[in-house]
Design a binder for this molecule. Structure first.
Ligand code: GDP
Length: 434
């Protein structure tokens, strides 16, 4: 395996795979941690020395002293939300200083994006279950070539004018589409501009910074948010996020070429969860699903919504392995399965009388596939907190080996608890050599 000076971490499933913890563990070995897509809808939970941090936009790398945290051009940025997050981090005694870089090309989320999203979601017959933080509408404006970008804030007077025009335009649309009454635009704009100006010290040409850093031999970890099955192009459309969470998104979302990338690490739970609506072939409802939810504390870190739970879906994971060309897998939350005598794994789908190991493109088909399971014996022993592969029960090793065999991707790390040190390595060769 090639060593990854530039390594991408992606979610293999529908997000919430525990990437926050995994990126935090990996960040020790990298100089820079960069987010390349999404916004403050990510919700990574990291526990350090018993302190719980919930980061939504800022890369978790910022929690490690001396590391540089980057928000690439593919990210959408809500300045008031970012400021709040920065205050939380600083209040915990972590100094930010020059360690945060924000791409001047990143698009902004404006207050009307949120109101638009709420109104559009309320009007939909079939809800997508968005976090209603204005992320989707901000990407819509980006693709529609009418977005405002972080770099626009530098010229404050010009930015205020652009905001006034954009607010007025959106007001006309909201009134025509949703019957919204006129609001005090000037007050809203001035409030927004006063917060947005705080991002100026962090603005940077992120692509130039990353490429120069890589040229100097520094190492970069790209932190994907959400997961492959929520990717705008490759996910279970339309129940997806509005950006490219897959590995390719790191190149377009940060301004680095594909030949820079040395490794792509996929993070997956030992089982599966999905928050919000959309197809979930291996979902388990009833007491079994509830038990997984309770043991895994499967409640949305941003929204508090209960997550739907189910078994590991090897069909979906194989698909993720393909679209990301995964070099390695990290399996998280193995300990949550400790109580099970038997563990089913979805290995094949059947629909319209045909059996297939391919992941269908249509959400309607995914909703009605019948899953064929292979049932593996559980280990019925605690694995919580184990740090050494040799300590794992033989049946847990067999389970991991089955997942690896099904996906065709080697497992390099297993997470056995939420803390940094509750991690066991099986192969460190992908880590960049110094
Ligand atoms: P992310 O968005 O992919 O980072 O996932 P979340 O942070 O939303 O969800 C993961 C949750 O599981 C967090 O509360 C983590 O602290 C916790 N967690 C991560 N890895 C493990 C693990 O191996 N075992 C247990 N028991 N909890 C874990």
């Amino acid at each position: 395996m090639s060593k990854g000076k530039a390594t991408i971490v992606v979610g293999v499933q529908w997000g919430d795979e525990g990437k926050g913890k995994v990126v935090d563990v990996l960040a020790e070995h990298f100089d820079i941690v960069a987010r390349y897509q999404g916004g403050a809808n990510a919700g990574h939970t990291v526990i350090i020395d018993g302190n719980k941090f919930l980061l939504q936009l800022i890369p978790t790398g910022l929690l490690r002293p001396g590391k540089i945290a980057v928000l690439g051009n593919g990210v959408v940025l809500d300045p008031p939300a970012l400021l709040q997050e920065l205050e939380t981090v600083q209040a915990a005694g972590i100094s930010v200083g020059q360690r945060l870089l924000i791409s001047e090309r990143a698009h902004l989320i404006l207050p009307y994006h949120r109101t638009h999203e709420q109104a559009a979601e309320a009007a939909r017959a079939s809800k997508i279950g968005t976090t209603s933080k204005g992320i989707g509408p901000s990407y819509e404006d980006k693709a529609g070539r009418r977005g405002l970008r972080a770099g626009d804030v530098r010229d404050l007077a010009g930015f205020r004018q652009k905001c006034l025009e954009a607010f007025a335009e959106k007001q006309r649309v909201a009134s025509a589409l949703y019957g919204h009454s006129a609001r005090d635009t000037v007050r809203q704009v001035d409030e927004y501009v006063s917060k947005a100006r705080c991002i100026i010290p962090y603005l940077s040409d992120v692509s130039a910074h990353l490429n120069q850093a890589l040229d100097r031999g520094q190492t970069v970890l790209f932190e994907g948010a959400q997961g492959t099955l929520l990717d705008l192009d490759h996910g279970t459309y339309p129940f997806v996020t509005s950006s490219n969470a897959t590995a390719g998104g790191a190149c377009t979302g940060a301004g680095v070429g594909p030949t820079r990338i040395g490794a792509v690490i996929g993070v997956s739970k030992a089982y599966a969860t999905r928050v919000g609506s959309g197809p979930f072939p291996t979902e388990v409802t009833g007491p079994e699903g509830e038990k997984l939810r309770e043991r895994g504390s499967e409640y949305g870190s941003v929204t508090g919504r209960p997550r739907r739970c189910g078994w590991f879906d090897a069909v979906a994971a194989r698909y993720s392995a393909r679209v990301n060309h995964l070099s390695a897998l990290v399996i998280t939350k193995l300990d949550i399965l400790d109580h099970l005598a038997e563990i089913p794994v979805g290995v094949e789908y059947e629909w319209d009388g045909k059996r297939s190991t391919d992941f269908p493109a249509e959400a309607e088909v995914l909703e009605r596939v019948k899953v064929r399971y292979e049932v593996l014996p559980g280990w019925l022993q605690p694995t919580f907190g184990l740090t050494d592969y040799d300590q794992l029960p033989a049946k847990a090793k067999a389970y991991l080996s089955f997942l690896s065999g099904q996906t065709g991707v080697p497992i390099v790390m297993v997470s056995t608890g939420p803390q940094r040190d509750q991690t066991l390595w099986m192969d460190r060769s992908l880590l960049p050599s110094r």
